[in-house]
Write a protein that binds this ligand. Sequence first.
Ligand code: ARG
Length: 584
Amino acid sequence: MNIKQLLSEKVLAAMIAAGLPEDTNPAVSISNRANFGDYQANGVMGAAKKLKTNPRELASKVLEHLDLNGIADNIELAGPGFINIHLDKAWLAQQLTKISKDEYLGVSQRGSSANDKVQTVVVDYSAPNLAKEMHVGHLRSTIIGDAVVRALEFRGDKVIRQNHMGDWGTQFGMLLAHLSDKLQANEVAETALADLENFYREAKVRFDEEEGFADRARDYVVKLQGGDADCAKLWQQFIDISITHSEEIYQKLNVTLSRDDIMGESAYNPDLPVVIDELMTKGIAVEDQGAKVVFIDEMANKDGEPSVFIVQKSGGGYLYATTDLSACRYRTDKLNADRIVIFTDARQALHFKQVELVARKAGFLPENVGYDHCPFGMMMGDDGKPFKTRTGGTIKLAELLDEAIVRAKEVISEKNPDYDQETLNEISRKVGIGAVKFADLSKNRTSDYIFNWKTMLSFEGATAPYLQYAYSRIQSIFTKADFNRNDDGNIITIIEPQEKALALKLLQLEDVIDAVVSECTPNLLCNYLYELASLYMSFYEACPILKEGISSETKQSRLALCLLISKTLKQGLDVLGIDVMDRM
Ligand code: ARG
C-alpha cells in the first residue's frame, strides 16, 4: 500500500485528461501542515510554466478530471495552483483494517506486479581485516549494511551478502612467521591469537627490530602466494580463529552475516592475472615505470591530468584495486547481480569511483547493473575527535558492546529494581545493543557523528529505549484489557484527529522502506518509527482505551489500532536489527 503512489497515478490521469503530456510529474507529497491537506499535488505549477499558461486555471481544469471518489473527502485548490487532498477517514480506516491482516503490514512484495520486479542485490558490508581485531570503524559498515539488507528482504528482493574480508596481503607474512614461532614453542593457536591486536603489535615489533625476521616474513609471503601447503595450513588456522572473533561480534550485534557470506579477498587471487591480462589486451591498462596502470581521463583534475589507478605493482604484486575489479566481474557473471551495494567509510569514495569506471570500460560491469558505493562518516568522541580510548588507542568493538550492556543494566535496574538477574540480563542486552545501533543508524549516513552514551540510553527522544518502551507499554495495555493479539477480526474506525494522524503514518511504511532501499538510508526508517511512537504517545493521552464509559466498539477499534502500531514498531525495529520485549 503506497498512498503517494496511488494519488500520483490518479492526479497524473487527471492531468493527462486535462491535456497535459504523459510524462508530466504530478509531484505528490505528504503535506507538512494539516491545513494543506494530508497530501499535496504541486505538479501543476511546473507544467503551467512549461506551457506558459496560468497555473491556477490549469489546476482547476485538472481538478475537474480528478476522481478521488471514496478516497478523499475534500480536495481544494490553494495558492497559485496547489492541489490539497484531505483523505477520507472511512477510506483510511478500511485500508488500516486491510493492512493489519497482512503479514507484511501492507508493504507490497516485489514481483507482485509487472513493473516491480524482484532484483538480485549483492550487498558488500562489514568486511573487517582479519589481521586485526574488529574495531569501531567496522561497526558502521556492519550495522548500516545489515539494516539495508533486511529492508531489501522485507520488500521482497533477493539479497546476496558478501563479506569481503581482508584476509590477504603482505602483512600476513609477518603474522604467519610470528605464529609459526609460537607454535614451535608449543603454544596453542587459539591462545596465541586470543588478542589479535596484541599479536599484531608483537609481530610488527619483531618485523621492525629483529634481525632476520623481516626476511622470513617476506619469505612467508612468497610461499603463501606460491601455494605452499604448510604455509596455507598456517594461514587457514589464523583466518579461522580471526573469523570466529568476528562471528562473536555479529552474534552480539544481532547481525545476519554468517560464514557462508564470506567471500574474502583471497578468493579472488586466482583471477587477478586474468583481470590484468584483459585490461592490457583491451588497451585499458598500460605499462608505466614497470607497473600496470589505468589513466582515467574521465576523472582528470582541473589541470587535465588523468586520475591514476594502479592495478599491478612494479614487482608484480596485486592491489586492493585489482581485487575489487575481479569482484565486479564475479558479482555480475556468477551472482547475476542487478545491483551491487558497498558500505565503507567515506575515505574510500575515490577508490570505488575508479573501480566503477574501469570495470564499466572493461565490460566487467554492464551498464544495466547498478553500482552504489555508500560511504559513511566517522564516529567521533565527545571531544569531536575520532573515537578512541583515553590513551589514544582504537576501541575494540567487543569491549564497546559489553560496556553498552553494562550501562543499560544500570538504567534498567534503576527503573525496575525487582527484576531477577536473568530478566535483567536479557533486557539489558536488548536495550544496550539496540541503543548503540539506533544511535548510529538514526544519523545521516554521510556525516560524522558524536558517540554519546547518555543520549543513546535515554528514554526520551529518538532512541532505541524510547521505541522499545513504547512497544512494551502497548503490550501491557493488551494484558490489562485481556485483548487477544492473534485476533485479526477487529475493525478499525477513525474518529479523533490523533487516530487519523496515526492512520496516515501507518500507511506510509512502504514509502519509507522504498526510500531506505533505494538510498541506503536507514535513518529514514529511524525517523519514521520515532514519529510513529510519538504519535502513539499523543493518541494514548487523548483517546482513552480502558476508561469506563468507552463503548465496546471504540475500545476494540483502539486496541486493534494499538496492535497495528505495535506490529509496525516491532517490524520496523527488526529491519534495523533491534529487538523488542514485552516488558522493560
Ligand atoms: N576490508 C576493507 C576495510 O576494512 C573493506 C572492504 C570493502 N569492500 C570492498 N569490496 N572493497 O576497509
